[in-house]
Design a protein around this ligand. Structure first.
Ligand code: ADP
Length: 327
């Protein structure tokens, strides 16, 4: 890795200052919809709702206590699949599970409960980012208190994707200074990459995601040439209608079930500069970058959290004042 140069540092400081003066509210569009699911809903039904609305996560609402009950994400369905694999004799119960059972499922399969972190929408964006990075959450709900009822209300959910898009669109003067390359700054993961083949089963790939704690597995051929990427959200259409048998089908079959508007996968090379990556983030719907060589051989993976971590924490000097919000 090359030491950070002065111009790059200026760019990063500019981005951090920007994140300190903007709030999560600023990231939200003027008008948006928010689909909140009742915690009493059957998990099976929640899948249909996500698919029908073209979304991959939703805040949960406990209507008995009138409070926010956490965020439903693809990881919850992966947990359910693990439960199904560990306790196949309970397959009939799986269909009857409600969203409120998700916490019991986590306990039964022995995974750590997903942290129900949230952030107030008027807090600096920097705080939302650092909370997400520390809890490894890819999205964070914005929770406010309704002054009339004194009860919690979920305003929206912001994702790492949306924050990076917001940075890329609004801070070109700073991102233009980030001229060091992916190789120079060591951005992403290059060792012990988890990969799969088109003929592997969906279940095998899900296990890889669980074991490595990652949200995407590149699909390569026998020469390590990248063919596609299987993402955690690709699990959702696979178990639609409660057909868990489909998990035994191949990755190739599962990828063919992607929605028509699927944006494709994005690649970069180790000699690409960070400013070019921000240009790609600005122009396209990028959820991760697969690092390849000239012949499409897999070299590494760059996740949005890798980029955000680099922006927030690299070369922080004492005069900038590290900002760690209270939990
Ligand atoms: P995010 O947390 O942004 O959703 P991931 O879960 O995909 O991203 O990645 C978490 C970490 O694991 C990142 O540091 C990323 O570089 C690394 N990573 C991503 N995909 C793989 C993979 N297939 N094999 C090994 N490491 C990976």
């Amino acid at each position: 890795m090359t030491p950070i140069d002065e111009e790059q540092l200026q760019g990063l400081k500019g981005l951090r200052n920007f994140l300190r003066v903007r709030t999560s509210y600023d990231v939200l569009p003027l008008s948006f919809r928010l689909i909140v699911l009742d915690n009493d809903l059957l998990i099976r039904k929640s899948l249909d709702i996500l698919i029908q609305n073209g979304i991959v996560s939703a805040p949960l609402w406990d209507s008995h206590q009138s409070r926010f009950a956490g965020l439903l994400t693809a990881t919850d369905y992966i947990n359910l699949i693990q439960y199904y694999c560990q306790f196949p004799e309970h397959i009939d119960d799986v269909d009857k599970f409600r969203l409120s059972s998700l916490r019991d499922i986590e306990k039964a399969i022995g995974v750590l409960p997903l942290e129900t972190v949230s952030v107030h929408p008027t807090k600096p964006l920097y705080e939302a980012c650092s909370r997400m990075l520390k809890s490894r959450a890819r999205r964070i709900p914005l929770v406010d208190i309704d002054h009339e009822t004194e009860r919690e209300t979920v305003v929206s959910v912001i994702t790492q994707y949306r924050i990076l898009k917001f940075i890329a669109v609004n801070t070109e003067q700073h991102t233009a200074l980030l001229k060091q390359t992916v190789r120079e700054i060591g951005l992403g993961t290059y060792k012990n990459l988890a990969t799969a083949k088109m003929m592997d089963s969906v279940l095998e790939v899900i296990n890889l995601m669980v074991v490595h704690n990652i949200s995407a597995v590149p699909i390569v051929d026998k020469n390590n040439v990248v063919l596609n990427v299987f993402e955690a959200v690709d699990v959702i259409p696979c178990i639609k209608g409660g057909v868990y048998e489909e998990l035994k089908s191949t990755v190739g079959d599962a990828l063919s079930r992607r929605p028509d508007d699927f944006q494709g996968i994005y690649t970069c090379q180790e000699d690409d500069r960070l400013d070019t990556i921000f240009t790609t983030l600005r122009q396209s719907r990028v959820h991760r970058l697969v690092v390849i060589d000239d012949n499409w051989h897999l070299k590494g993976m760059i996740s949005l959290s890798d980029i955000l971590k680099y922006v927030l924490f690299t070369g922080v000097s004492s005069d900038e004042g590290e900002y760690f919000p209270p939990p």
